[in-house]
Design a protein around this ligand. Structure first.
Ligand code: DGL
Length: 262
């Protein structure tokens, strides 16, 4: 069981930000990554469609013997994690915007959440806010269009800069001193986000806590692999030509992304 892979999925390349932290923390694990690029973006799709995609992908990963699955996508976690946990017996680890850490970090008592509309409109986010936020102002910023331009992989793209200019400075002008990256695509452009936010602003990326939670769950169940370095395999359901460039930029790996039809 311990040598079985860990499955990780997202709508596209965003989950590579999580895979990167997992690779640092658990270098011996075999990883299978699926980018559901045929259905990207998830952020503007219905809960039912995302639930269906998440179920199909999870089913595939479990059929490939994955010992755990990481839903490396805030939008899919919000839409589908409850159903996934009732449908599959392997540990399913999700991700949600780092609201609690942000409430602990902010001095101005104003935080900005950058996420997809799907995540911000979901019940899960409403519950999260109720649990952790009392006297703090939360500014929501649905980042429509940003995932698609990040997925295209060109950090000099004019459209990318226009969107960042539209979404980030207004949050800072309204007093936010802490920004939460509530979409796994956003850590891939964290330096650019920091440029638009300014040097004083805290930027919270929950990738490491997710990797820590995965390690905790595998350790508890005695499922950690302690053999030599793990093997990584990448799949995508669509045809993003930049997939391999981003794998190489993010992870320093020259890897093929295989086509997968689910
Ligand atoms: N990376 C995803 C997230 O964390 C979703 C992006 C999308 O496909 O809209 O929400």
């Amino acid at each position: 069981m311990n040598s079985q892979p860990i499955g990780i999925f997202d709508s596209g390349i965003g989950g590579l930000s999580i895979l990167k932290e997992i690779s640092y923390l658990l270098p011996n694990e075999n990883l299978i990554y699926i980018g559901d690029t045929a259905f990207l973006p998830y952020g503007t799709k219905s809960k039912e469609l995302i639930e269906d995609r998440a179920h199909k992908i999870c089913n595939h990963l479990v059929s490939k013997n994955c010992k755990a699955v990481v839903v490396a996508c805030n939008t899919a976690t919000s839409a589908a994690i409850h159903k996934l946990r009732t449908s599959f017996s392997v540990p399913i680890i999700g991700i949600e915007p780092a609201v609690k850490p942000a409430t602990q970090k902010t001095q101005s008592r104003i935080i900005g959440i950058l996420a997809t509309a799907g995540t911000l409109d979901g019940d899960k986010f409403a519950t999260l806010k109720k649990r952790f936020v009392n006297d703090i102002t939360i500014l929501h910023q649905p980042c429509t269009g940003l995932v698609e331009v990040i997925e295209a992989g060109d950090h000099d793209d004019k459209k990318l800069h226009e969107l960042l200019k539209m979404y980030i400075p207004p949050l800072i002008e309204r007093g936010a001193d802490t920004l939460v990256l509530g979409c796994t695509h956003f850590p891939l452009i964290k330096p650019l986000i920091a440029t638009y936010a300014g040097p004083e602003v805290n930027i919270l990326d929950p990738s490491l806590p997710v990797a820590n939670e995965l390690r905790r769950q595998l350790k508890t169940k005695n499922l950690l692999r302690d053999d030599k370095s793990g093997i990584y395999t990448f799949f995508q359901t669509g045809t993003n030509q930049q997939f391999e460039t981003v794998i190489s930029r993010q992870l320093g790996l020259k890897q093929t992304s295989y086509s997968l039809s689910i």
